[in-house]
Structure formats: C-alpha cells, structure tokens
Write a protein of this length. Structure first.
Length: 224
C-alpha cells in the first residue's frame, strides 16, 4: 500500500464503516420502530373495538391483528436481504461500484422519504418502503466489502468489521425511538436520513472507485 495513498484509504475505510453502521442493516432494529408506529396508530383499524381493554404496561393496547401486520412487514423485508443478494451482487459485478451505489442511494432515499411522509392512513406503504430500505442497505454493504482489498493482509479483518457494522446498525431505529420519546417526530428523523443521501453521493464519487478495487492491489492504484 503506497504511503501517499494511506490517508485516502483510511478515509474510505472509516466512512465505509460509518455508512454500514448507520444505514445498511437498520431493519434489524424493527422492534423499536414498531413501538413508534403503534403510538402513531398505524394499522390500529385492524384491532377489535374492545382491544383497548387490555394494556401492556406501555399504554399501548394489545392487538393480535396489528402485531401480525407488523410481523409480515418485517418478514418481507428480512426475506429481501437474502433473496436480493444474488441480483444485487450481479448488478455490482456487471455494472461496477458507481452504478450499484447510485441504485442503492435511490432505493434507500425513496424508502426513507416514503416512511417520513406516511401516516396511519397510508400505513400500507410500509410494505413497499421497508423492502426498498433493505435492498439499498444490502447494496451499501456489498459495495463496501471490497474496501478490504486496500489493506492487503488485513483484508479479512476489514470485511469482518463491515459485517459487524451491518448487524450493529440495528441501533439506529432504537435511537429514533428514543428521540421520538423526546418529542422528535418520526418524520424529522427519516427526513434527516434522507438528507444523508447527499453524503452517500459525495462518498460514491470522492472515496469509492468507479469500477472494482482489485486484489491483490496493483502498484500506484488510484481511485475516487
């Protein structure tokens, strides 16, 4: 690894970790977001009129049909993680990094904006938004895994770090829940996530290759 390229490589590594930690696998924190959706009365029309007679200690009524609807959304989104691995991997292999990341940003931003502007009356849009959020996230992870190629013998360690960051991003929805309890609206949180797409675009063109990062890394390799 050329000495003059070390700062660029480290910037790519650290921003990639932040991207995976803050965006890629947020769907795993679904349970925290369900609390917010229930408070906002999403799918409450599925509950029986007397469902409010039994509370769960949080002030929210227990409703089996409502819970099943939320479970179905999570199941669909989780299924997309595995189902879309092959298509997204093909897109990354065939069309290279820039195209794959722009597709990821499109899906992710569309999903966060959809969630931001949904309400109890349009809750069915979550069936579209959550799978899109998942597809965008898995593409973020796939395009970032190649960064390990920049670090030679530490390649596998970097890949492991990225996978760990992907799973740890479940904390994002927990943070949104905590902010919601401090009177930060769900809309404001997801608009912020949407605005972060500017950062994703900047990173795509400044800190990522247009094609693929080769392994082993050739001398004087440059990108960005």
């Amino acid at each position: 690894m050329a000495g003059q390229g070390l700062p660029l490589h480290l910037a790519t590594l650290l921003t990639g970790l932040l991207e995976c930690l803050g965006f890629a696998g947020v769907i795993f924190g679904w349970a925290s977001l369900v609390f917010v959706f229930k408070t906002e009365h999403y799918f409450e029309e599925l509950c029986e009129p007397d469902a409010g007679l039994t509370g769960n200690g949080t002030g929210q009524a227990e409703c089996k049909a409502q819970d099943e609807r939320f479970s179905l959304i999570f199941t669909l989104a989780s299924f997309m993680i595995n189902f879309m691995t092959f298509p997204t991997g093909y897109i990354f292999d065939r069309f290279k990094t820039t195209v794959a990341r722009l597709i990821a940003i499109f899906f992710y931003t569309s999903a966060t904006l959809t969630i931001a502007f949904t309400s109890a009356d349009t809750a069915l849009l979550l069936f579209l938004a959550m799978p899109m959020l998942t597809v965008g996230g898995i593409l973020f992870l796939i395009t970032n895994l190649q960064i390990g190629n920049l670090f030679g013998k530490h390649r596998l360690t970097i890949i492991t770090l990225y996978n760990g960051a992907f799973d740890s991003s479940s904390a994002v929805f927990l943070i949104i829940k905590l902010l919601y309890e401090q009177d930060v609206s769900l809309r404001a949180s997801f608009i912020f996530l949407s605005v972060c797409s500017v950062w994703h675009v900047g990173r795509t063109f400044l800190l990522m290759p247009r094609g693929h990062i080769p392994y082993p890394l050739p001398p004087n390799y440059s990108y960005g």
